[in-house]
Design a protein around this ligand. Structure first.
Ligand SMILES: [Fe+2]
Length: 304
């Protein structure tokens, strides 16, 4: 590793502003009906961990045309959308951590939505994230749900714990004498802001042999590919959760995420750039049809 350049507090967030209050009110309604309501209706059954059944462990090979031979075979474990709260509870976390670590990847990336609705479980989340381990490090970005309660508090907890939370900044790594740059953008929902954040982050990437970007919102890929990012990892869509058709493992599935998202699930390519969208390891409502939760081990290769 060459060095880690942590930059905290690069965003301004007021939990008291009007827009935030409206978002939180809408989320409170969803939470009461679809999360807490569903868990209570099930007598708590939906909130109990089911080891080996709560999520799939998937393996994907991603071909990156620009990848040097020395980095072929590099592996990344990708998790997204844990949504720790009343449905995915702190009791689920040891199983998630154990499954991620058991994959023994070179690097772990976690692309946001740690919190579901309330920061009450934040200490348990931080403890669990500290247990993730990989030789090239573990890197995090925040998602929209991380801001529902108090995003600044979430960011501060990650940084205080020494976790590599990326907030429009980058980390340079060295692997077999090749340079890898991992960048991560802060959560934004406006496409213009996403593009600005990607630009600011990619501008910090030196001439790397592999440029990796973590972004909760998959639409970051549009700006990332234009700026030569090799691989973007995202979540946010939960793969659609409810699919009407499923060409298993392919992006051709039609589901809820097709309303509003260009990239919903799995692997996308444009020129030499690739995007992988995780279906998420958790969710905020307890329904998945033809779209299991997942932890994914990505193996990077070059077929050229
Ligand atoms: Fe999410």
């Amino acid at each position: 590793m060459i060095g880690f350049d942590a930059v905290g507090g690069v965003f301004q967030l007021s939990p008291h502003d009007k827009k935030h209050r409206r978002k939180r009110q809408r989320a409170a309604f969803r939470h009461a009906v679809f999360t807490r309501g569903a868990v209570r209706l099930s007598g708590g059954r939906l909130a109990r961990p089911r080891p080996g059944k709560d999520f799939a462990v998937n393996h994907r090979v991603i071909d990156l045309p620009r990848l040097p031979d020395e980095l072929c075979g590099l592996t990344i474990t990708h998790l997204s959308d844990l949504h720790v709260g009343e449905l995915v509870t702190p009791a689920h976390l040891p199983y998630i951590v154990e499954a991620a670590n058991a994959l023994e990847s070179d690097l772990i990336a976690v692309t946001g939505d740690f919190v579901d609705f309330s920061n009450v479980y934040l200490p348990a989340i931080i403890e669990a994230m500290k247990q993730l381990a990989a030789p090239l490090g573990v890197y995090f970005v925040l998602g929209n749900h991380d801001f529902l309660d108090n995003g600044q508090q979430v960011a501060d907890a990650f940084l205080k714990a020494g976790l590599n939370l990326l907030l429009n900044n980058t980390v340079d790594l060295e692997h077999y004498e090749k340079r890898i740059t991992v960048g991560g953008i802060n959560w934004a929902d406006k496409h213009t802001q996403i593009a600005r954040d990607v630009r600011a982050t990619v501008n910090q990437m030196p001439k790397a042999d592999l440029r990796l970007l973590l972004a909760h919102h998959p639409h970051a890929f549009d700006a990332a590919r234009r700026r030569g990012v090799d691989l973007t990892l995202s979540g946010h869509t939960h793969g659609g959760q409810v699919l009407l058709s499923n060409k298993r493992g392919k992006k051709g599935s039609i589901g809820l995420a097709n309303f509003g998202f260009r990239y919903t699930r799995g692997l996308y390519q444009h020129g030499d750039s690739r995007l992988f969208v995780s279906s998420g390891v958790g969710s905020w409502f307890p329904l998945r049809i033809r779209c299991p939760a997942e932890i994914t081990r990505l193996e990077l290769q070059s077929r050229y």
